[in-house]
Design a protein around this ligand. Structure first.
Ligand code: SF4
Length: 425
């Protein structure tokens, strides 16, 4: 029997989808690349943007004929939209067998057994053998260390659908890293909404912080690099910066989501920092970690954003010089403070124009960063036979020997869009 998995949205959604799939893989399911070939489908939804939610709901509707062909098939809908719209999904799409909200993911294996034991048992009995847990691990494997968020950025729906921060125990994180490394992972991506806020009892029950966890994961046998996403600027303390300097990958790239360069807009966003404080953090990171590349997120057209506010954002980006940037136009999200309390008063044409200007600036920094690597020999982790990434996260495609899972030396000879081209040494 076969399982098809679809994840909408961010890397955490993809990582969660992997965790949702694990109990079924352990029952003997094999991966199906197309939904038509599957006996079970897991759809992990996202609700951060309306567009992602709409796409997930549309797919649920389009899966009805697949389900009607054989009522023994299983459709599981999980994730953030499932949390936000659970009852509505059950009512609107009765062909869905199970709805699992994002807050319930840790209870999911038990819920799965309670709700679908008979049906899944019948499918599993249809022929298949249990796969070892983690056998599907890629060269770069995610490990979720925390879920939820204690902040209340006014545009963000995550705290209301995911709840407050919950930290995975030290041993659980390390056990997952060991399983994935044993299955072939060489880079571990630690994930969480505010990943560097992780804290909890460490070895011997002593209080531990994210910096301790980062070092411990980097010491797992087989692990060559550790990265983390998405950090909150507030939790880059001296201990974390020191640990980043000791861990390959972690000290080479840091994602610092700025969102705006205007203190007035940052206050409306409830980001808990101002533009100068943010840039001071970037300077601290660059001073302590000379090889670090920075990336950022920016929202343009936030309610009441003036030309002057936007000019300050461009100024912040000029001074930050990010190697890459995720830039978005603001759109109100139902259920958030900004949608409730602030007017969406920046005209669409102005948002478009600001986004285009911002992207032009960011493209220049991205191109500069790529060009600076051409002619250099780079350490690349081969993720997929001739394709991989540098320590600081640049994509590389090369000719010459492919050695998945190994660190290779690649002479960068050119650029194709945002990917470096090269020759393996
Ligand atoms: S820190 Fe802000 S943007 Fe990030 S998940 Fe929390 S509320 Fe959302």
């Amino acid at each position: 029997m076969k399982l098809h998995v679809v994840a909408f949205g961010c890397q955490m959604s993809s990582a969660d989808a992997g965790e949702l799939a694990a109990p079924l893989l352990a029952q003997g399911f094999r991966a199906a690349s197309e939904p038509e070939d599957a006996d079970a489908i897991i759809l992990n939804t996202c609700t951060v943007r309306q567009h992602a939610e709409d796409r997930a709901l549309s797919l649920i509707g389009r899966l009805k004929p697949w389900k009607d062909q054989d009522d023994g098939r299983v459709l599981i809908v999980a994730g953030c939209a499932a949390q936000r719209l659970g009852d509505w999904i059950r009512e609107r799409f009765p062909h869905v067998d199970m709805v699992v909200g994002a807050k319930s993911i840790d209870e999911y294996p038990r819920l799965l057994g309670d709700a679908l034991a008979g049906k899944l048992g019948a499918l599993a009995g249809a022929g298949g053998s249990a796969a070892p847990a983690g056998a599907d691990a890629a060269v770069c494997a995610p490990v979720t260390v925390m879920r939820g968020c204690n902040y209340s950025c006014s545009y963000c729906i995550v705290p209301s659908v995911r709840g407050r921060e919950v930290y995975r125990p030290w041993e659980t994180v390390l056990a997952q890293a060991r399983v994935k490394a044993a299955a072939g992972a060489r880079e571990i991506l630690l994930l969480g909404q505010t990943v560097n806020s992780w804290r909890g009892p460490g070895p011997g029950g002593k209080p531990a912080k994210f910096s301790d966890l980062l070092r411990a994961v980097s010491g797992v046998e087989g692990v060559r690099r550790v990265r983390f996403e998405s950090p909150h600027p507030r939790f880059f303390d001296d201990e974390l910066i020191a640990a980043m300097g000791e861990v390959a990958g972690a000290g080479d790239h840091a994602h610092l989501p700025a969102q705006s360069g205007s203190d007035r807009v940052l206050a409306l966003m409830r980001r808990n920092y101002g533009g100068e404080g943010f840039l001071a953090l970037a300077s601290r990171l660059r001073a302590a970690l000379p090889r670090v590349e920075l990336s950022t997120d920016i929202i343009v057209g936030f309610p009441t954003e003036t030309d002057e506010d936007f000019r300050r954002t461009l100024d912040l980006v000029e001074r930050l010089r990010p190697a890459w940037t995720y830039a978005f136009k603001y759109s109100p999200r139902e259920g958030t403070e900004s949608a409730r309390a602030l007017p969406d008063d920046v005209p669409e044409a102005v948002k478009e124009e600001r986004l285009a200007r911002l992207n032009a600036l960011c493209d220049r920094f991205a191109e500069d960063a790529l060009k600076a690597r051409v002619g250099r020999t780079l350490e690349v982790l081969d993720e997929n036979g001739g394709y991989g990434r540098t320590r600081d996260g640049f994509r590389v495609r090369w000719t010459g020997p492919a050695r998945p899972g190994e660190l290779v030396s690649v002479l960068a000879t050119g650029i194709a869009k945002r990917t470096l081209l090269g020759e393996c040494r």
